[in-house]
Design a protein around this ligand. Structure first.
Ligand code: ZN
Length: 474
């Protein structure tokens, strides 16, 4: 990465690859590509390229390697760790994959779909739906995030419990390497033992090894029935016992098990117009359970009824309600999906995206609460997440009426206190959002040096000129 600005004649050469209609050079039009949602990483760039073919991507990267020009690949720009935006120096080119948005093939019999990187996740849902199949990856940002970004960040979301994260949904990739070479591994194989799993180096690499231009993704039979229940529980221990009961009874039909603390639910009630609390009186903890059935909606409802009745009889569920209609099921999910937005009016928030073994969730919650208090006695824990995956969004809101800047000044200290517990429990400090700029230093400081050293060696081999998304992840 050169230190100075990029020479204008070089910018012209890049522009010529995609044509002037698909190169953005005006600062005002570049703005949406260099700022991310949270406003944490204001970036700059002299040029955004929107290639329309794999060949154009290949020529861009070859020229970038030849001239030592840094490249930042970008999908829907919905990432939460600053991995998809350039740094502030203004000497990196953004490559937007949004025009590579074709569905190349769909094969319902093999249960696969071959899509280009710029396909929006919601579009992929519709494409699958049209052939009576399910593409399960489900995220709050699905209306704008793109499958290339989902792959690069190995996105998680609310369907991981039954179907796995993006990595587990991917069978093959097509990748443009920094040299411009194209690795075509768009095979639809479930079984393939032919050496190193190259595909999985690019999935989750956050654009540091090459640019994924297309992928073969798995499809599933569309469930014939779905039922959602809302359960009030006394404690995370009871939630864990209920999870054990639900997984035992439902197996793979248990498609979501989300834990929601009282405070985040209170915020949703306060700030979301029309929100209705599923249970009165309120419980210290809530669980949203979803059951799917390959047979019928009655089957899903019966199974849900069985699980909740057992839970109530055993005293691990305090109170429970089954959605009486699809609309009510959606309303329960809306409460879950509005948790992040509803936290915003409460001021500064220090965030953690952690995972621990599922059985350690209650221990983590108890110990993390003490850690938070030791850093900021009046801070408020906003804990919710995908309990079935061992993944919590453990957010901490500033003290009510307190000073936002002073609180955010505690960001690193709070992260360290919480993450120390995560490490002790054998967990991860980035369960589903990635590393990007946000957690890079912490990853390098806390991951085993053998691991980070191996990652550096892989990076140097794939990208000797260091042009691919420099300063992210590593
Ligand atoms: Zn999540």
């Amino acid at each position: 990465m050169g230190a100075g600005p990029i020479d204008p004649t070089l910018l012209d050469r890049f522009e010529a690859i995609v044509g002037p209609a698909h190169a953005v050079r005006l600062e005002a039009e570049i703005a949406p590509y260099v700022h991310e949602l949270r406003g944490l990483y204001p970036g700059r760039s002299p040029l955004v390229l929107k290639p329309g073919s794999v060949e154009e991507v290949s020529r861009i990267l070859a020229l970038a390697t030849e001239t030592g020009t840094a490249v930042v690949p970008q999908g829907g720009n919905t990432g939460l760790v600053g991995g998809q935006v350039p740094h502030g120096a203004g000497n990196e080119i953004v490559v937007s994959l949004s025009r590579l948005n074709r569905v190349r093939a769909i094969d319902p019999l093999s249960n696969t779909v071959t899509v280009e990187a710029g396909v929006v996740l919601e579009t992929l849902h519709q494409v699958a739906d049209a052939v009576d199949r399910l593409f399960p990856l489900s995220l709050a940002s699905q209306g704008s995030c793109q499958i290339g970004g989902n792959l690069s960040s190995n996105a998680g979301g609310t369907a991981v419990l039954a179907y796995g994260n993006t990595r587990e949904l991917c069978l093959g990739v097509e990748v443009v390497l920094p040299t411009g070479e194209v690795l075509d591994d768009l095979r639809k194989l479930k079984k393939d033992n032919t050496g190193y799993d190259l595909k999985n180096l690019f999935v989750g690499a956050e654009g540091t090894l090459g640019i994924i231009t297309a992928a073969v993704m798995k499809l599933f039979p569309r469930p014939k029935g779905r039922q959602v229940g809302w359960v009030g529980v006394k404690s995370p221990e009871d939630a864990l016992a209920l999870f054990g009961l639900a997984s035992e009874r439902a197996g793979n039909n248990l498609t979501a098990f989300e834990l929601i603390g009282k405070l985040p639910l209170d915020f949703v009630m306060q700030y979301t117009p029309g929100a209705v609390a599923p249970l009165q009186p309120e419980w210290p903890w809530n669980v949203l359970v979803e059951i799917s059935s390959g047979r019928s909606s009655e089957d899903a409802t019966n199974l849900m009824g069985e699980i909740l009745t057992s839970g109530l009889e055993q005293g691990i569920a305090g109170d429970a309600v089954i959605a009486a209609s699809l609309a009510q099921a959606d309303a329960f999910w809306a409460l879950r999906e509005n948790l992040s937005d509803a936290q915003r009016p409460e001021g500064g928030s220090i965030k953690h995206d952690i995972s621990v073994p599922v059985a350690s969730i209650p221990t983590f919650i108890a110990r993390a609460a003490e850690a938070v208090t030791s850093v900021s006695p009046q801070a408020r824990v906003v804990c919710f997440g995908h309990m079935g995956d061992g993944n919590l969004h453990y957010n901490v809101s500033q003290p009510a009426g307190g000073d936002k800047e002073a609180f955010l000044g505690l960001y690193r200290a709070m992260n360290k206190a919480v993450h120390d517990i995560v490490h002790e429990l054998g967990g991860s400090i980035s369960a589903e959002h990635g590393i990007g700029q946000l957690k890079r230093d912490e990853l390098l400081a806390t991951a085993p040096s053998v691991a980070t050293d191996l990652m550096r060696r892989i990076k140097a081999n794939f990208d000797p000129a260091g042009i691919m998304n420099p300063g992210k992840l590593l």
